[in-house]
Write a protein that binds this ligand. Structure first.
Ligand SMILES: Cc1cc2nc3c(=O)[nH]c(=O)nc-3n(C[C@H](O)[C@H](O)[C@H](O)COP(=O)(O)OP(=O)(O)OC[C@H]3O[C@@H](n4cnc5c(N)ncnc54)[C@H](O)[C@@H]3O)c2cc1C
Length: 501
C-alpha cells in the first residue's frame, strides 16, 4: 500500500543518530537542514497515494493486491519499462529532477535483485528468499531505502583487508548464531538521514582477502550503532526560499555512514562474505540498469529544467530571437533530447532474459552515464554564459525589498520590460541556485560521480557496446583487397583496383 506524506514523515521520528553542526539531531523532520527535503519527498509520497494518480504511479502488489509505487515494478516487457518511465518521470518532475536518491532509486535496485534472486541463491536458497522478502516488505509498506555501496576514500592504493585497521571499510566484525555484527564506514549515503532503511554493500571491485567487505545487507536507519555524519546543509544556509529556491527544498543531503558494531539479523543479510555474489548482484541482475535507468529519467527532467531556464532568461533579457542565442538554446536542447532519446532507446532495446525479466538496454544506459559527466558541467557553463553578470547583480536577500529606499532603486534598475524587479530577481536567483550556488556545485559533482568514477564508467561502456558488430564492419571494409588490388569476386577480376574509379 502506498503511504501518505504524513505517514512517511511519522516514520522518520525514531532513534536514528544523525550528526550535523557538532551535534546529533533530535528530529530530522523539523531540523532546518533536513525539513525542506523531507517536505519535498512527502509531496512525492502524497502524489502516489492520491487515488487520482493511482493508474499512472502505482500497480497492484502481486502479494496483497493493494496499489504500490510503480518504482518497485519488476518489468517484463518493453511496455512495462515505458509505464515505469512515465511514472518515474512524473515523480522526478515533482522535485524538478533535483533529488537523485529519492525512494524510487533504490526501489529499482531491489526490484532487479528480487527479479533475479537466483544470483543470490548461489550461496543457498535462504539468501534468495531474504532478498525477495525484503523487497516485498519495502514495496508493500512503501518504504524509502537509501544506499551506501562505496568504501570511504582512505587509501585506495590498498585493498580493504590491507588497510591499517581491518575495520575501516564497512564489513563483518563478528558472526553470531542469530546474525552478524558490522563495523567500519561506507560512503556516501545520499538521503540516508531521511530514509527508512540503508542498503549497505560494495560495488567497488574486491579482492581475495576482502571477504569481510563482500556483503549486502539492509539496516533500519534507527539501528543501534548506525551513525549518519551529514555534510554541511545547503538548505540550512539558505536565507529564504526566494533567495535559494532549490537548496531550500531539494537538498537531499549526503553523509558518511559509520557502523559502530551494528547487529544485523540473518533475515536482512543477502550476501555474506562472498566475493562473486557481491560482484554479480550488480551486473548479473538488472539491478544496476534499473536503478540507473531511473537516475537518467530523473536527469532528463533536470536537463529540461536547464533548457527552460535558458529560454526564460533569454526571453527576459530580450535576446531570445538573436541567432547566436537560438544556437545556444539549440545546443542545450540537443543534450536534453539526447538523454530522453537514449532513455527511450533503453526500452526499445531491452533484453528479456530467460526468467522473463526486461533489462533496459545496457549500451544506451552506459552511454548516458559516460557522456553526462563531461557534458553536464559544460551545460552549466552555457547557461552561465547566457546570464552574464545578471545572476550576480542581484539584491543580497529577499529582505532588501523590505527597505523602502532599496526597494525603489531595485524596482527601477533591476527589472526588464514585462518583468518587474521581484520577478526578474526571482528567475535569476533560481538560475543561480542551478548553476552557481553551493547546492549547484554539489549537483555538478553528483552528476559527474553518481554512476561511479568516470574512468570506470567509460571502461564499462566499452564492455557493453557491441564491439563485435563494430569490428566486423572494419573487417568487411578491409576484406577483398590487398597490395595486389581486389581479389577475384564481388564483380571484380583479380588484380583490379589500381585505377581510380
Ligand atoms: C554528490 C554525491 C552523492 C553520492 N551519493 C552516493 C550514494 O547515495 N550512495 C553511494 O553508495 N555512493 C554515493 N556517491 C559515491 C559515488 O558512488 C562515488 O563518488 C563514485 O563511485 C566514485 O568513487 P570515489 O568518489 O571514491 O572516487 P574515486 O574512485 O576515488 O575516484 C576519484 C578520481 O580519482 C582518479 N582515480 C581513482 N582511481 C583511479 C584508477 N584506478 N585509475 C585512474 N584514475 C583513478 C580518477 O580521476 C577518479 O575520477 C555519491 C557521490 C557524490 C559525489
Amino acid at each position: 500500500m502506498t503511504r501518505s506524506g504524513k505517514e512517511y514523515i511519522a516514520g522518520l521520528r525514531d532513534s536514528r543518530r544523525v550528526f550535523i553542526n557538532g551535534e546529533f539531531v533530535d528530529d530530522v523532520t523539523t531540523h532546518p537542514a533536513f525539513r525542506g527535503a523531507v517536505a519535498s519527498l512527502a509531496r512525492v509520497y502524497d502524489e502516489a497515494h492520491d487515488p487520482a494518480n493511482a493508474e499512472v504511479l502505482t500497480y497492484p502488489s502481486p502479494t496483497t493486491g493493494e496499489p504500490v509505487n510503480r518504482a518497485f515494478l519488476i518489468p517484463r516487457s518493453e511496455e512495462d519499462l515505458r509505464l515505469r518511465r512515465v511514472a518515474l518521470r512524473r515523480q522526478a518532475e515533482t522535485t524538478l529532477g533535483l533529488m537523485g536518491r529519492g525512494p524510487e532509486h533504490v526501489a529499482g535496485f531491489l526490484a532487479g535483485w528480487a527479479a533475479r534472486s537466483d544470483v543470490f541463491a548461489a550461496a543457498g536458497d535462504e539468501y534468495a528468499d531474504r532478498v525477495v522478502r525484503f523487497y516485498e516488505h519495502v514495496r508493500d509498506r512503501d518504504l524509502y531505502c537509501s544506499y551506501a555501496i562505496v568504501p570511504p576514500q582512505i587509501d585506495r592504493g590498498k585493498p580493504a583487508h590491507q588497510q591499517a585497521d581491518p575495520h575501516l571499510y564497512a564489513g563483518v566484525k563478528e558472526e553470531r548464531p542469530d546474525g552478524v555484527v558490522l563495523a567500519g564506514a561506507q560512503m556516501l549515503g545520499t538521503g540516508a538521514a531521511i530514509s527508512d532503511y540503508l542498503v549497505l554493500s560494495c560495488i567497488v571491485p574486491l579482492r581475495p582477502g576482502d571477504e569481510d567487505q563482500a556483503i549486502s545487507v539492509a539496516l533500519p536507519i534507527g539501528a543501534e550503532g548506525l551513525k549518519i555524519y551529514s555534510r554541511r546543509s545547503y538548505a540550512e544556509a539558505a536565507t529564504s526560499v526566494y533567495d535559494y529556491p532549490l537548496a531550500s527544498r531539494f537538498d537531499e543531503t549526503d553523509a558518511l555512514i559509520v557502523l559502530d558494531d551494528v547487529f544485523v539479523p540473518w533475515e536482512r543479510v543477502f550476501v555474506y562474505r562472498n566475493l562473486d555474489i557481491t560482484r554479480d548482484q550488480w551486473n548479473h541482475t538488472p539491478a544496476h540498469l534499473l536503478g540507473n535507468n531511473q537516475a537518467q529519467i530523473r536527469f532528463s527532467v533536470k536537463l529540461d529544467l536547464l533548457a527552460g531556464l535558458a529560454l526564460r532568461v533569454a526571453e527576459m533579457n530580450g535576446t531570445a530571437a538573436l541567432p547566436p542565442v537560438r544556437g545556444t538554446l539549440g545546443e542545450l536542447a540537443a543534450h536534453a533530447a539526447l538523454v530522453s532519446g537514449l532513455v527511450a532507446a533503453q526500452e526499445q532495446n531491452c533484453r528479456i532474459d530467460e526468467h522473463g525479466v526486461a533489462w533496459p538496454g545496457a549500451a544506451e544506459a552506459f552511454a548516458v552515464m559516460t557522456l553526462q559527466s563531461d557534458f553536464y558541467p559544460k551545460l552549466l557553463t552555457i547557461l552561465r554564459d547566457l546570464c552574464g553578470g545578471g545572476v550576480i547583480q542581484l539584491p543580497s536577500a529577499a529582505a532588501d525589498y523590505g527597505h523602502p529606499e532599496a526597494r525603489a532603486d531595485l524596482e527601477r534598475y533591476v527589472q526588464s520590460p514585462g518583468h518587474p524587479s521581484q520577478e526578474r530577481v526571482k528567475l535569476l536567483k533560481l538560475v543561480w541556485d542551478m548553476v552557481g550556488s553551493e547546492f549547484a556545485s554539489r549537483h555538478q559533482q553528483y552528476e559527474m560521480f553518481y554512476a561511479g568514477a568516470p574512468f570506470l564508467v567509460r571502461t564499462r561502456m566499452s564492455q557493453v557496446y557491441d564491439f563485435d558488430r563494430a569490428g566486423a564492419l572494419v573487417d568487411r571494409a578491409l576484406a577483398g583487397y590487398g597490395v595486389d588490388g581486389f581479389e577475384a569476386g564481388d564483380g571484380f577480376e583479380a588484380g583490379d583496383g589500381f585505377e581510380a574509379g
